[in-house]
Design a protein around this ligand. Structure first.
Ligand code: PEP
Ligand code: MG
Length: 587
């Protein structure tokens, strides 16, 4: 038995068998010592490609049944690569020169990867898909099936160096009991997705891949970050007790799910839920959220081989709006770039993707793709209470341009004779320091603000949200963060527009109390946290929360705020002592 400590990613206890997911392949460089008959090798290559293709078709069908067409399409890109004439032609050429089928195919793949990499960032990075194809074909040449995450046969706990958002999006829900990554932070998008799907996650466990192998028994606690490999009976019993304790806490919170999210002194908070995939609407409804506060539409773009068309998007948006009506749905326009890229998107490799071609910048540069999305969203608007939100605003010009495009798209819909609602509120995410500083100006242009703490913390504190090494510096209680939230709220109130928050809230309930004290109208969290946050809101008063904010302003560090204000909160709100104690810092 061995124990490891990572960082909590998504809550819950999971127990099962390890599946090591390692998409990196050894480079194929050496010529075969024992040159084989070219005809035999060509036949082996053809057979392996055919088997890999059949496997992909199988996986596609399985994913289609489980998750629908959007997810199934990811496999089409892999089939296209596998049939690519340049790739296969080159592999055949190598075989004729005396190489084995494995080395020839690997070499041809590596050449293409290297060609992408040498193009100095001007070409799309398709290396992920190529590696996947190489892995499958090589696996068949070696006589074994190499599973990707899309075609897991039995329930496992996935252990990986890192998972991309599209890896996570294509995981079959019933086959992944939990996942653990060596890299990544709590606000990495794959972790957010795991959390939304209710899958326990631990991140940042350095060196784990060298210490586990597929087939090991493993337990993980997503609340604390604890991992145990090959646990003994005593440890298993300990985890079972923990599971029971968490479930009891959850059951206590679920009792409040149908009550209003109102403080004891009558301040109503609009408590909404964040989703990434249309299927998550079910969790939104069953956990008592008052609507969707953030639909990250980019996931519609990450699980297919090409940009989704207007009709596909329209159907997805309509489905969500209809299911949630009469409650509101905030649809965020595509926030692509950074780590949210798919191979077809023609993204150059960037040295600093978070500071690069992402969010609204990318959307405005790919205006046709963006217009298609806006058209689809407005066509769906008649089916519910839509609010439209634009991510990653850093300059006034961006929102002004988006508004012009919206008006033009409405004109197109009128010309087509298609109906839409003309009263859709248009808001922006406040998630960059520049947006905070010009919030009083932005407030004149838009109908609402939603603060994105995930990025606001990253950009304000200069701490990469995906970099495990600096996760200790990623501090929501930092006085600079609290002050920026206050400033944004003030700008919104002065202009009379509502202001909410939709970044991941830390597990620490104190932060939520401070948000309420700071005057936020809307809080949007992952659906599974809605009952607990509702219980918290119903246990406090707005007046007391405001007085905690006043106290927080007396301290100069995040740690001091957490400690001193945490103590006061425990005295003021004894009803939620269990919640407050759960996140106490170890002394
Ligand atoms: C945020 O940045 O806080 C946010 C909600 O957006 P995302 O996590 O998708 O970047
Ligand atoms: Mg963001």
């Amino acid at each position: 038995m061995r124990r490891f400590m990572g960082r909590p990613g998504a809550p819950g206890i999971a127990q099962g068998t390890v599946f090591v997911y390692d998409p990196d392949l050894p480079a194929a460089t050496a010529r075969q010592d024992d040159p084989r008959d070219a005809e035999t090798e060509l036949a082996r290559l053809d057979a392996a490609i055919a088997m890999a293709e059949a496997e992909i078709l199988d996986a596609r069908e399985h994913v289609l049944e489980e998750l629908g067409e959007d997810h199934a399409r990811i496999f089409d890109a892999h089939r296209l690569i596998m049939k690519d004439e340049t790739l296969v032609g080159q592999a055949r050429q190598y075989i004729r020169e005396g190489w084995s089928a494995e080395t020839a195919f690997g070499g041809a793949c590596q050449n293409i990867v290297r060609a992408f990499q040498s193009l100095n960032g001007d070409q799309p990075d398709r290396t992920g898909d190529l590696r996947d194809v190489q892995r499958r074909v090589t696996g068949h040449l070696r006589g074994g099936r190499v599973s990707g995450l899309g075609d897991l046969a039995s329930p496992v706990i996935v252990v990986a160096r890192e998972l991309s958002p599209s890896d996570t999006a294509s995981m079959p829900r019933d086959k992944v009991l939990g996942f653990i990554t060596e890299r990544g932070g709590e606000t990495s998008h794959s972790v957010i997705l795991g959390r939304s799907l209710g899958i326990p996650v631990v991140v940042g466990v350095e060196g784990l891949l060298t210490r586990v192998q597929s087939g090991d028994a493993i337990m993980l606690d997503g609340h604390t970050g604890q991992i145990v490999i090959n646990p003994d009976a005593k440890t298993q019993a300990e985890f079972e007790n923990l599971r029971a304790a968490y479930e009891a806490l959850e059951a206590e919170s679920l009792r409040f799910k149908d009550h209003p999210a109102e403080t004891r002194d009558g301040r109503n908070i609009e408590l909404l839920a964040n989703i990434e995939l249309p299927e998550e609407v079910e969790a939104v409804l069953s956990h008592g959220a008052a609507g969707v506060g953030l639909f990250r539409t980019e996931y519609l773009f990450l699980t297919r081989p090409d940009f989704p068309g207007e009709e596909d998007q329209y159907l997805a948006y309509r489905g969500i709006l209809r299911s949630v009506a009469p409650d509101p749905v905030i649809i965020r326009t595509m926030d692509l770039g950074g780590e949210k890229v798919a191979s077809y998107m023609e993204f150059p490799r960037e040295d600093n993707p978070s500071l690069g071609w992402r969010g609204v910048r990318y959307a405005l540069d790919l205006e046709e793709v963006f217009r298609t999305q806006i058209r689809a969203i407005f066509r769906a608007s008649v089916y519910g209470e839509l609010r439209l939100m634009v991510p990653m605003i850093t300059r006034m010009e961006e929102i002004r341009r988006v508004k012009v495009i919206i008006e033009e798209v409405k004109g197109e819909l009128v010309a087509r004779g298609q109906s839409f609602r003309d009263d859709v509120p248009v808001g922006v995410m406040v998630e960059t320091p520049s947006a905070v500083v010009i919030a009083h100006l932005l407030a004149r242009e838009v109908d609402f603000f939603s603060i994105g703490t995930n990025d606001l913390i990253q950009y304000s504190l200069a701490v990469d949200r995906d970099n495990r090494k600096v996760q200790g510096l990623y501090d929501p209680f930092h006085p600079a963060i609290l002050r920026q939230i206050k400033r944004t709220v003030k700008a919104a109130k002065q202009q009379g527009i509502p202001v909410g928050i939709c970044g991941e809230l830390p597990e620490d309930p104190l932060f939520t109390i401070l948000l309420i004290g700071l005057g936020l109208d809307t809080i949007s969290v992952n659906p599974f946290r809605v009952p607990e946050i509702k219980r918290l809101i119903r246990s406090i008063t707005y007046d007391q929360a405001k007085s905690l904010v006043v106290s927080a302003w007396r301290y100069a560090t995040g740690a001091e705020i957490r400690r001193a204000v945490g103590r006061q909160a425990a005295r003021k709100f004894p009803e939620i002592a269990d919640l407050l104690a759960r996140d106490e810092e170890p002394s």
